[in-house]
Design a protein around this ligand. Structure first.
Ligand SMILES: [Fe+2]
Length: 370
């Protein structure tokens, strides 16, 4: 057995942790570029906490608060320009997956702004401005990963910028920041975290260490679902679960369910967590049966962590969640055929122990979405 587990981000969790642990970013630079979406970091209090901590540390700041969902390469270039114009020497990214990924990508690109757009997704970034990550959704796990998922219009899909320097130096998890989330965002992001943990267990790179984190993450999310409220304990457990799942995928990667979900997000603007989750049940049915049931034991381990006994039960739970977060989208078969032809070429499809063919992917799309 050979295991190589790497996750260098310091993770601090608890109420008021940004201000109380502000010495952790006191030495990262003289001026921070705060990278956020338009509203959430202001509404949930995270931006104010960061500003108070920077003032107490004697550090200056500038603000880029225009990150949209699924940020594009053009958005990253705009942030890099702002970092240069403001002479910032570190980045504090606050928000859901989009602002976190945008901040991480900009921190790497600010260090090597001459990198051509065509090379962004094949370069391993070994240098970057220091990054602090403050998530305000419990889903992406980006606060503990080495990559940033961006919209790449050249390939009409989402693609990942990555490198060891893109790990945040520290991540601050304060569950108060989750209290302003809508029900649909809470569900979609929790399902994203669940997908990360499950797909990590189905990766060819899964290990004893990543499995331990994944099983605990899955179990926590299942407990939150059963509890059925959104009180402080649930918020803290969802935060723990999403960060654990991030620690999983930064070592295992995701598999075909994410590759397929990207098609729905890029082409139909379906929220990332929902897009992957809509396909997850049928993907697991495929994984359970393919290669004469060779991977069925792995599926049983996932079901045991969920504390349920069948994939029917799993699909029923997902159906309940997705009906609560919005009406089902409709798709034409011809549209799904085009998505299958593209998804089969994705790197993360090849990263799974169960590798669906183009026909398998089309079957999963059709069963899940029509
Ligand atoms: Fe994801």
């Amino acid at each position: 057995m050979r295991i190589d587990y790497f996750m260098p981000t310091r993770v601090v969790m608890g109420e008021n942790c940004v201000f109380d642990s502000r010495e952790l970013f006191a030495g990262l630079g003289k001026k921070a570029m705060l990278v956020t979406g338009r509203n959430s970091a202001k509404l949930n209090g995270a931006q104010a906490d960061v500003e108070k901590a920077l003032v107490a540390n004697g550090q200056a700041r500038a603000l880029y608060d225009k990150v949209m969902s699924n940020p594009s390469v053009e958005c990253i270039r705009e942030i890099v320009d702002a970092i240069g114009a403001e002479q910032c020497d570190f980045v504090i990214a606050i928000g859901g997956g989009s602002p976190l990924d945008a901040g991480k990508a900009a921190a790497a690109l600010a260090y090597a702004p001459e990198t051509k757009s065509a090379l962004l997704f094949s370069t391993s970034f070994t240098s970057a401005l220091p990054i602090v990550a403050i998530p305000s959704t419990a889903g992406t796990g980006s606060e503990v990963t080495r990559n940033a998922v961006l919209t790449n219009h050249h390939i009409k899909n989402k693609a990942s910028m990555a490198g060891p320097a893109m790990f945040p130096r520290c991540a601050f998890l304060d569950a108060r920041y989750l209290s302003t989330l809508s029900m649909s965002t809470t569900i979609n992001t929790a399902v994203d975290a669940l997908s990360h943990a499950i797909e990590g267990m189905l990766s060819i790179r899964a290990s004893l260490f990543s499995d331990m984190l994944a099983k605990e993450s899955i179990s926590l999310i299942a407990k939150c679902y059963r509890r059925g409220d959104f009180g402080r304990q649930t918020r803290e457990e969802l935060f723990s679960a999403s960060t654990l799942a991030g620690m999983v995928i930064t070592n295992t990667g995701t598999v075909a369910a994410h590759a397929m979900g990207y098609m729905l997000t890029y082409n139909r603007n379906i929220d990332h967590g929902r897009a992957t989750g809509l396909l997850l049940g049928e993907f697991l049915r495929f994984a359970q049966k393919t290669e004469q049931g060779k991977h069925a034991g792995r599926i049983n381990e996932i079901l045991a962590s969920l504390d349920i006994s069948s994939l029917d039960e799993f699909c029923s739970i997902l159906d309940t969640l997705f009906r609560a977060s919005g009406p089902y989208e409709r798709f034409e078969r011809s549209e799904l055929e085009a998505y299958a032809a593209q998804a089969v070429r994705a790197k993360n499809r090849a990263n799974g122990i169960a590798k669906p063919s183009e026909q398998d992917i089309l079957d999963i799309f059709v069963k899940s979405l029509t």
